[in-house]
Design a protein around this ligand. Structure first.
Ligand SMILES: Nc1ncnc2c1ncn2[C@@H]1O[C@H](COP(=O)(O)OP(=O)(O)O)[C@@H](O)[C@H]1O
Ligand SMILES: [Mg+2]
Length: 361
């Protein structure tokens, strides 16, 4: 698979897969690699490792895009002919920004932000993190400043969480849970009813929390914005289904991440989302073959230890080779992109350049 060719006419590249396989590192590398090929690229990373963020100069930045200094890659032979911008997504803050956009006035905005229910909701609504990533993506896409947007995805427990997020949040907002609170009138709170209000007033007496007041205030303010959410969810959905988007599945050759990728591949198919290819990271191959020529001066004991280690590496290499083969078969792709397990974490420009060399080989 030729990554540069695949991404050449794409506007959006989503990197999906289970946590810990190197999604964030890969997303960054893809973005840098395409910027080196002359594109104006923006990458949205989610919760990058601190050392990685530091070395890209991202430490103090939040949801706002920042241009990465192209010079940091030069010592390692990578010339950036395009442009690279990056943001670290902070899901909580993006949710706040969303409220700001839809709130009819500043007072309402502040009231919602202060609201206890909102605080709970913005942190806890299932999928809100995923939703916020999508939200930012849509915002940047509509700005139209970039040739390519690369989206890292949150470490979902389940790949489905990510794909369904926009619709799920919209459904939640339009759905029964809210309707119940909103009916019959804005401050109606039918749910409270007789026994309900008894419960609420008991709660208030015991805890001092006026839940009912919080609830009615919250839903009264929130209701007006619900249509904005679901309309945007639909737009994200259409955008991701289009031919200008592509999904790359990131995994390792280990069983669980590979199974997740296979599962995700099926989901993409079911949901008619465009699958671009797979990247298998942290592959241990039989890289040690070249080293088999041992130094004659090694003591017998040392030689035995070296050989033992060599055999173990070979075994791991074979296991990963089988993992890669199984993936290719199950995903129905002729060749996945393979990135080796490097001897160290990838936390700086040099490591990234090594990964880019493999990705775009
Ligand atoms: N090919 C690789 N070789 C060695 N370490 C890697 C490789 N790819 C990623 N890593 C390291 O693995 C860790 C997890 O990577 P990260 O990109 O944060 O994963 P994810 O976003 O999938 O959770 C990081 O410390 C990263 O530097
Ligand atoms: Mg990550």
């Amino acid at each position: 698979m030729d990554l540069a060719q695949l991404l050449d006419d794409k506007l959006i590249c989503v990197c999906a897969g289970s946590g810990g396989v190197g999604k964030t590192t890969t997303s960054a590398s893809i973005a840098i690699g395409m910027a080196a090929r002359g594109k104006r690229v923006a990458v949205l990373t989610i919760d990058p490792a601190k050392r990685l963020a530091d070395s890209l100069g991202l430490s103090e930045l939040g949801t706002d895009l920042k241009e990465i200094d192209p010079k940091i890659f030069e010592p390692f032979g990578l010339e950036m002919t395009g442009e690279l911008h990056a943001a670290m997504l902070d899901p909580k803050r993006t949710f706040d920004e969303l409220i700001e956009r839809y709130a009819p006035d500043h007072d309402t905005y502040e009231r919602i932000l202060d609201n206890r229910i909102y605080k709970e909701l913005s942190n806890a609504v299932a999928g809100s993190q995923e939703y916020m990533a999508m939200e930012k993506l849509l915002e940047l896409h509509e700005l139209g400043d970039f040739d390519l947007l690369v989206l890292d995805t949150p470490p979902s427990r389940n790949a489905l969480d990510f794909l369904d997020a926009p619709t799920r949040l919209a459904r939640f907002i339009e759905g029964r849970s809210l309707r119940v609170f909103l009916a019959p009138g804005r401050f109606g709170l039918k749910l409270a009813g007789r026994s309900g209000s008894l419960l609420f007033s008991a709660l208030k007496r015991i805890t001092g929390i006026d839940l009912l007041k919080d609830l009615s205030e919250f839903f009264a303010n929130f209701a007006d914005m619900a249509s904005g959410f679901s309309e945007r969810a639909q737009r994200v959905d259409a955008l991701l289904r289009g031919s200008e988007s592509t999904f790359l599945l990131i995994c390792s050759p280990e069983h669980e991440p590979a199974d997740e990728a296979i599962f995700l591949r099926r989901k993409l198919h079911e949901q008619k989302l465009p699958f671009g290819g797979a990247i298998v990271n942290k592959v241990r191959r039989d890289y040690f073959r070249a080293r088999k020529q041992l130094d004659d001066n090694l003591s017998e004991q040392l030689e035995a230890r070296v050989m033992e280690n060599y055999e173990r590496q070979r075994l791991l290499g074979r296991r990963d080779a089988e993992g890669v083969e199984r993936l290719e078969k199950s995903l129905g792709v002729e060749n996945v992109i393979e990135v080796p397990l490097f001897s160290d974490d990838i936390h700086g420009a040099e490591g990234l350049v090594h990964m880019i060399d493999r990705l775009f080989a």
